[in-house]
Design a protein around this ligand. Structure first.
Ligand code: FE2
Ligand code: FE2
Length: 374
């Protein structure tokens, strides 16, 4: 009997270990966090015709907000020239200028840079939106032209911040590179349901959020003595502002020609909460990395719950949501919900401040495992 039990135990243990290894290998290719059940293609079919009918309008009003490549800044404009005699001196200057920037500042800048570096994910998601996707990779539909050119403009952001952070010598580049690889591999839980109304409302929100956060990292860099970094963050913020203008204009147009679907989409996105693009970030160590990075951004005042409420209020005002008429009953309910949201979010500010007071310390791999209060 005892012998039998031993035999059974041994074989079960062996089988369990093998199964566990199999699961671990499988898991390493999957997002580090659980994502909600995905809804797909929820958009009413007639909205595809609406987006098609807007192509001429988009050509005149959206594509004109892109900057020709020849007039665009490039990361190299802000970085030491590798073939110049002063290359090493310029690197030394970067290291001197960044010495007064705190670990908190670097964690926030690294998190912002990683978010920018995941731009392949954002392009894939935009191309999953019904009615606006780039069907061939070289489509001449204005929506597809916009998405490719927007991605190309955005690509410079992560590139520039990445190189500057590398040259500063203040951060653990290998850990950061791992985080970028994990994040792109994990994707983004956009909750867009292939619906461009959701997508454009989200990008309006998100471009304004990045405009605010890059603007704040610029302000802080200036205060702490790195004028060059302030210029870099300010220049990136200016791009975000131009992108915000484009997306806000698109949604404004959707409100004009299809108010009911648009207000329902706005309310739907807000109910689901605007999750941040890099929410699934993981460095191989901290499963709560995004929350920890956001807490430092909140503490430093780079991007806060108050900003979230301000953006929502701004968009409600900009799209004149309270003045919409000719809505269905459901549309009117959505309108009331959206208009009443900002004050509710304001309460989040108080709660976030409360949390900040009793915050624990967390190790950040990006700054060589040093601890920060989050
Ligand atoms: Fe960006
Ligand atoms: Fe952007």
């Amino acid at each position: 009997m005892i012998l039998n039990l031993c035999t059974v135990d041994f074989s079960t243990l062996h089988a369990t270990t093998a199964a566990r290894e199999k699961v671990n290998v499988k898991m390493s290719y999957r997002p580090a966090k659980e994502v909600h059940v995905q809804v797909t293609h929820s958009m009413p079919p007639q909205t595809i015709d609406i987006l098609k009918s807007l192509e001429g309008w988009a050509e005149k009003n959206v594509l004109t907000l892109l900057k020709p490549v020849e007039k665009c800044w490039q990361p190299q404009d802000f970085l030491p020239e590798p073939d110049s005699e002063g290359f090493y001196d310029q690197i030394k200057e970067i290291r001197e200028r960044t010495q007064d920037l705190s670990d908190e500042y670097f964690v926030v800048l690294v998190g912002d840079m990683i978010t920018e570096e995941a731009v392949p994910t954002y392009q894939s998601i935009l191309n999953s939106l019904d009615g606006i996707q780039d069907k061939t990779g070289v489509s001449l539909s204005p929506w597809a032209i916009w998405t490719r050119a927007w991605t190309a403009e955005e690509n410079r952001h992560g590139d520039l911040l990445n190189k500057y952070l590398y040259l500063s010598g203040r951060v653990d580049m290998r850990k950061i590179e791992k985080t970028i690889q994990y994040l792109i591999g994990c994707g983004m839980d956009s909750k867009f349901e292939n619906n461009p109304y959701f997508g454009f409302i989200y990008t309006s929100f998100q471009e304004r959020a990045t405009f605010i956060s890059h603007g704040n990292t610029a302000k802080l860099a200036k205060e702490l003595g790195d004028i060059k970094l302030a210029e870099i963050c300010g220049t990136i913020a200016a791009d975000e502002k131009r992108h915000e203008t484009a997306y806000v204009k698109i949604v404004e147009k959707l409100f004009e020609i299809d108010p009911d679907t648009t207000i329902l989409a706005f309310a739907n996105m807000m109910r689901k909460k605007v999750s941040m693009p890099a929410e699934l970030m993981y460095d191989g160590e901290d499963y709560n990395l995004f929350n920890h990075y956001s807490a430092v951004a909140q503490r430093l005042g780079v991007y806060t719950a108050k900003d979230y409420a301000d953006i929502l209020e701004f968009l409600v005002r900009r799209w004149k949501v309270d003045k919409l008429t000719d809505l269905s009953g459901e549309g009117r309910r959505a309108q009331d919900f959206v208009c009443g949201l900002a004050p509710r979010f304001r309460k989040l500010v108080e709660r976030a401040q409360e949390r900040a007071k009793q915050a624990p310390s967390i190790r950040f791999s990006w700054i060589f495992g040093r601890e920060l209060q989050v």
